[in-house]
Design a protein around this ligand. Structure first.
Ligand code: DAH
Length: 345
């Protein structure tokens, strides 16, 4: 019995010191496991009388329970302390300013494309798509440009085979959309890449982009086209922008027009941007040629329509004073960051 008391005292003494969790567990095992000190005392049972055994066994069991309780309390304490330390050490201060990352810059090309899209979506247009690798049939034939028509010389086209080519204008999408619309009214724009066999220089690129517009319904007239384009110019260039039509020729429109916008820099007085004329040419447009309507399933006696083709780079260059079309494609970080600074100012 004395030994039991001694063991209890011994443990209490040892636990006074604040032991680390691992040592606590080792200590507990040393006293309480099968070959632990308390268990070894059990071995002495056999030397005792039956009466003595009873009270000795009870003492041992009580001592065991007491020790277990003691260890458990200490271990819990340590575990809680360890958890608190962990929480403290791994605490994240979400109010600290973040590490800033370099996130690149938006290319002005996409900024302008997005702006054009938004202007027309705001006027109720849907955005359509068509293939960049297309058939001669859609790019030319269905737009009233038959084989050997001199108008084919207006565009130097990149052919893949006799019938297949890289589209030289987004007007091809007009034919696709009309063919798929079963003679119903249409109001779409189609932004997209186009390709021509051009030598690249400051104003030419073998790959560039256009936004095609097409509206077909009953009673569509040239006035509708003009007011649409004027609203576009006012949103894109300047609130007081005006547009003027100059007569032109495209096989898919009749009449056809070149569209000028009043110079947003000098407001018509004349400056280097508008080369002194007060006007800047921005796009081609016209009333959809009755032949085109007919070939694509629309009765020109019932339906009429207008169409336009805007060069995205041209608009971006005018809008942001960019003087070289190649800059859009070179991904030169200096150009991109300069441009973004300009936009922020
Ligand atoms: N497709 C013409 C071009 O690439 C641009 C154009 C002119 C589109 C008149 C049209 C249009 O829809 O009506 O030069």
């Amino acid at each position: 019995m004395k030994e039991i008391d001694e063991i209890l005292l011994e443990v209490k003494e040892k636990l006074k010191a604040s032991l680390p969790l691992e040592e606590l567990i080792q200590l507990r095992n040393a006293y309480l496991l099968k070959k632990g000190k308390l268990q070894l005392l059990m071995g002495k049972m056999k030397d005792l009388s039956i009466e003595e055994r009873k009270s000795f066994g009870k003492e041992i069991n009580d001592a065991k329970a007491a020790l277990e309780a003691l260890f458990e309390e200490k271990i819990k304490e340590k575990e809680a302390q360890k958890l608190n330390e962990m929480l403290e050490n791994e605490k994240v201060d979400i109010t600290l300013p973040g590490v800033s990352h370099f996130s690149g810059y938006q290319n002005p090309f996409f900024k302008v494309q997005r702006e054009i899209e938004e202007i027309f979506i705001g006027m109720g247009y849907e955005v359509a798509n068509g293939p960049e690798v297309d058939k001669d049939h859609y790019v030319f034939e269905l737009l009233n440009i038959p084989k050997n028509h001199p108008a084919r010389d207006m565009q130097d086209t990149l052919y893949i085979d006799e019938e297949t080519l890289l589209r030289s204008h987004t007007s091809a999408v007009q034919a696709h959309v009309m063919q798929n619309s079963n003679g119903k009214p249409i109001k779409i724009i189609c932004p997209g890449k186009t390709y021509r066999r051009d030598d690249d220089d400051m104003t030419h690129s073998h790959q560039f982009a256009q936004v095609e517009g097409l509206v077909i319904d009953k009673n569509i007239n040239l006035g509708n086209l003009k007011s649409t384009l004027e609203l576009f110019a006012q949103k894109m260039f300047s609130k007081d922008a005006k547009v003027r039509f100059r007569s032109s020729f495209f096989p898919f429109t009749e009449p056809s027009v070149e569209v000028d916008v009043s110079c947003f820099n000098c407001h018509g007085r004349g400056c280097p941007i508008c080369k002194g004329s007060g006007w800047i040419e921005i796009l081609g447009a016209g009333m959809v040629n009755p032949n085109v309507l007919r070939m694509n399933g629309y009765d020109p006696d019932v339906y009429s329509g207008f169409a336009f083709g805007i060069g995205i780079e041209r608009v971006a260059m005018l809008r942001y004073g960019i003087n070289d079309i190649r800059k859009f494609y070179q991904n030169d970080i200096r150009f991109l960051s300069d441009f973004n600074k300009k936009v922020e100012d």
